[in-house]
Design a protein around this ligand. Structure first.
Ligand code: MN
Length: 503
C-alpha cells in the first residue's frame, strides 16, 4: 500500500466534560486502541492518525482548521464516543473543507448484561451520541459518508477503505493539471464542457499546449534515447521477430512511437501534468497519433482522454489513483460497436489505439498496422490485447449546462472472439442489468461514448466521490429499470434546480 504513504486520515473523537476528567481519559484510551486496531487491520490503505478527543466548540474548530491546512490530511473520521452536544460542532463543520466520514461504532462490542452499570454507560454512548452528531450534519447539509458497524469488523473497515481511496483521488485531483495537446475534436458536444466550473467543483485545472510547443520537445529528443526505448519495447512485449529488422518501415514506425513517447513524457514532466488529451487532426511532426505512447503513459498513471476529452482524462487519472495496489486494472475505453446476441448482447470497447494494458488478460503484443483516421493516415505501432473476463465498473462525467453529472454503470466483461482484421486492444462487456436497460439508461442520462473503466472499483467508490465533489451521480446496476431511472432523472432535475449551491 505504498502508493498512499504521503497521506493520512485524521480520527477525531467527540466527547464532553460532563462525565468528569476520568471519563475523558478512558475515552482517549479507547480511541487510541481503536485507531491502533484500524491501522493494524491491514485493510486500510491510508494511515489513521488519532487527533484526540474534542470536548468543546473551540477544540473542534481548531482541529478542523488544522485538518484544512495539513497537506497530508486527506479526510477526517469523526466518532462520538459519548454524548457530544452537537452545537459544539457547528463552527468547525462550517469550516471543514476536507472529506468527512462519520463512523457510527462503539468501543465495546456486546452488552455485558450481568455487569453493566452507569459507569459503563457513560463510556459507551455512541448509540445516541452519533445520532446527535448526525442531526447537526444533516441540518447543516454537510456531505459525508456514514459507516455503521463494529470497528473490528471487516465490512465496516472495507467501507472506510473505499472512502480512503476516494479521498486519495480527491486530494490528487485538487493538485491536478490536465494538458490538452490540440483542441476538442470539432463539433463534438459530449467531450466539451465548462473548464472553469470543473476546477471549482472537481479541483483539477485544464490547460492547452499547442502542438508547435510539443514539437520543440520533439526536436530535443536524442536518437540514442529513442534506440534504447525501442529496444525496451522489444524486451517487454511479444512481437514478430521481423519487427526488429532496422531496415524496414515497420521498425521505423516503432522507433517513431518511441520518439513520440519520449516527447510527450518530457512535456508532461516539465508542466507537472497528471493527464493529457490528443487530437488526431493536430499532430505536428508525429507520423500518426501517439497511440503506443499513450498506452504506456496510462500505465504510469497519466490520465488520458481522446479527441480533446479532458473530463475523461481527469477522471481516468482519479480512477488510476483509486486503483493503486489493486490487481484488476483500469483504462480509458470507448463504446465501439454493438453485438446483438439475445441476453448475451454486448458492446465492444476499444479505441483507435489508446487502451491501457493494465486491463490486458495476456501479455500485450506489439504490432504495426495501418491506421486510416486523422490527418496522417499511416502505419503505426500499438499494443494489441484483449481484456480480462470479470465484473467491473464504467464511469463518466458530463456537463449538463447547469451541473456535472457522474454516470456509473456496472458491467461484465466477457470473452470476445478474435479480431484478426481489427488489430487494436479491446474489451467486450455486457452493461448491467442487461444490454437493453444498461445502454438505454446510459443514453437517457446523456452519457459519453468514452468511459473510465476499472475492474476493482464499484459504485460505492463513485457514490463517495460524488458525495465529496457535490455532484449528481446516477448508478445503473442490477436493480435499474428504465421507468424508475426516468423518474430519478426527472426528480434530479428539480432537486438540482432548487439546490443552487450544487449547480
Ligand atoms: Mn473517441
Amino acid at each position: 500500500m505504498n502508493a498512499f504513504d504521503q497521506y493520512e486520515v485524521w480520527f477525531v473523537t467527540g466527547a464532553q466534560l460532563l462525565y468528569g476528567g476520568d471519563a475523558v481519559v478512558a475515552v482517549d484510551a479507547h480511541s487510541n486502541e481503536m485507531v491502533k486496531g484500524l491501522n493494524l487491520s491491514g485493510r486500510l490503505p491510508v494511515k489513521v492518525v488519532y487527533k484526540g478527543t474534542a470536548n468543546s466548540s473551540k477544540e473542534v474548530e481548531s482541529l478542523f482548521k488544522a485538518a484544512n491546512n495539513d497537506e497530508k490530511c486527506i479526510g477526517v473520521i469523526t466518532w462520538m464516543h459519548t454524548f457530544s452536544p452537537a452545537k459544539m460542532w457547528i463552527h468547525g463543520l462550517q469550516q471543514l473543507r476536507k472529506p468527512l466520514l462519520h463512523f457510527h461504532t462503539q468501543y465495546n462490542k456486546e452488552i455485558p448484561w450481568d455487569t453493566m452499570d452507569m459507569d459503563f454507560m457513560n463510556l459507551n454512548q455512541s448509540a445516541h451520541g452519533d445520532r446527535e452528531f448526525g442531526h447537526i450534519c444533516t441540518r447543516m447539509r454537510i456531505r459525508r459518508k456514514v459507516v455503521v458497524g463494529y470497528w473490528q469488523d471487516e465490512e465496516a473497515q472495507r467501507k472506510i477503505a473505499v472512502w480512503m481511496r476516494v479521498c486519495a483521488a480527491w486530494a490528487d485531483s485538487q493538485d491536478m493539471l490536465i494538458v490538452r495537446f490540440g483542441d476538442q475534436m470539432n463539433n463534438v458536444a459530449v467531450t466539451d464542457g465548462d473548464k472553469v466550473e470543473a476546477e471549482q467543483r472537481m479541483g483539477y485545472h485544464v490547460d492547452y499546449c499547442p502542438v508547435s510547443e510539443v514539437m520543440e520537445y520533439f526536436k530535443q529528443v536524442k536518437d540514442t534515447d529513442v534506440d534504447e526505448l525501442t529496444a525496451t519495447y522489444f524486451r517487454e512485449y511479444d512481437h514478430d521477430a521481423a519487427l526488429e529488422d532496422k531496415s524496414t518501415e515497420a521498425y521505423l514506425k516503432v522507433w517513431n512511437s518511441a520518439k513520440a513517447e519520449l516527447t510527450l513524457r518530457a512535456v508532461l514532466k516539465d508542466k507537472g501534468a497528471k493527464g493529457f488529451t490528443t487530437n488526431f487532426d493536430d499532430l505536428g511532426e508525429f507520423d500518426q497519433i501517439p497511440g503506443l505512447a499513450t498506452q504506456r503513459l496510462m500505465v504510469e498513471g497519466y490520465g488520458f482522454g481522446a479527441e480533446g476529452d479532458w473530463k475523461s482524462a481527469a477522471l481516468c487519472r482519479s480512477v488510476w489513483v483509486m486503483n493503486q495496489g489493486m490487481t484488476g486494472g483500469c483504462s480509458f475505453l470507448e463504446d465501439y460497436t454493438l453485438n446483438f446476441d439475445g441476453d448475451r448482447s454486448a458492446i465492444l470497447q476499444a479505441h483507435m489505439l489508446e487502451i491501457c494494458p493494465l486491463i490486458a488478460a495476456n501479455k500485450p503484443r506489439l504490432e504495426v498496422h495501418f491506421l486510416g483516421i486523422g490527418i496522417r493516415k499511416s502505419q503505426t505501432a500499438r499494443l494489441v490485447f484483449t481484456s480480462k473476463v470479470g465484473k467491473g465498473c464504467a464511469a463518466t462525467v458530463i456537463d449538463l449546462g447547469n451541473r456535472f453529472r457522474l454516470i456509473v454503470n456496472d458491467v461484465e466483461c466477457i470473452k470476445p472472439k478474435p479480431l484478426p482484421k481489427l488489430p487494436v486492444a479491446s474489451a467486450l462487456w455486457i452493461p448491467q442489468p442487461n444490454f437493453e436497460v444498461g445502454a438505454g439508461a446510459w443514453i437517457l442520462a446523456g452519457g459519453t461514448h468514452h468511459s473510465c473503466f476499472s475492474y476493482d472499483l464499484t459504485a460505492e467508490y463513485w457514490e463517495d466521490y460524488a458525495e465529496i465533489a457535490g455532484i449528481e451521480m446516477l448508478h445503473i446496476g442490477k436493480d435499474t429499470t428504465i421507468s424508475s431511472f426516468k423518474k430519478e432523472l426527472r426528480l434530479n432535475e428539480i432537486y438540482y434546480m432548487l439546490n443552487k449551491s450544487l449547480c
